[in-house]
Design a protein around this ligand. Structure first.
Ligand code: ZN
Length: 125
């Protein structure tokens, strides 16, 4: 059976099959490279955003611990306004220790370190 071209397709038959194949190969490989580049860009961007989120979460947790936890990781006792029983200074924040004095934040740092025998690893040595 012989292939008979229709009247509408003579332009297609004038194209060199070798050139057509080469062009198709170039277009397909170009699309493949573009897809790979897009996937790589998306993965990189997602990785960078994830890394930034991890760093921010870590910093937020460190800030929270620095604000609301002692250096040994235990929570601070409840605090109100009052007068420090140790240094006698009127403070906006006085810690009420269960079995101890009502002390200001500065005195409390000394107090709990002495009570627990805590040695700060960053300052010793
Ligand atoms: Zn004090």
């Amino acid at each position: 059976m012989l292939f008979r071209p229709s009247i509408a397709a003579p332009a297609l038959l004038q194209v060199d099959p070798k050139t057509l194949g080469l062009n198709l190969c170039l277009i397909i490989s170009g699309l493949f490279v573009l897809t790979l580049a897009g996937a790589f860009t998306y993965a990189s961007w997602t990785g960078i955003k994830t890394w930034i989120a991890i760093v921010r979460t870590r910093r937020g947790r460190e800030e929270y611990l620095r604000k609301f936890r002692r250096a040994d990781g235990k929570p601070y006792p409840p605090a109100t306004h009052g007068k420090c029983e140790h240094c006698g200074v009127q403070q906006g924040k006085i810690y009420h220790v269960d079995s101890g004095p009502c002390v200001c934040p500065d005195c409390y740092e000394i107090y709990w370190r002495r009570e627990t025998g805590w040695v700060d690893e960053n300052q010793s040595g």
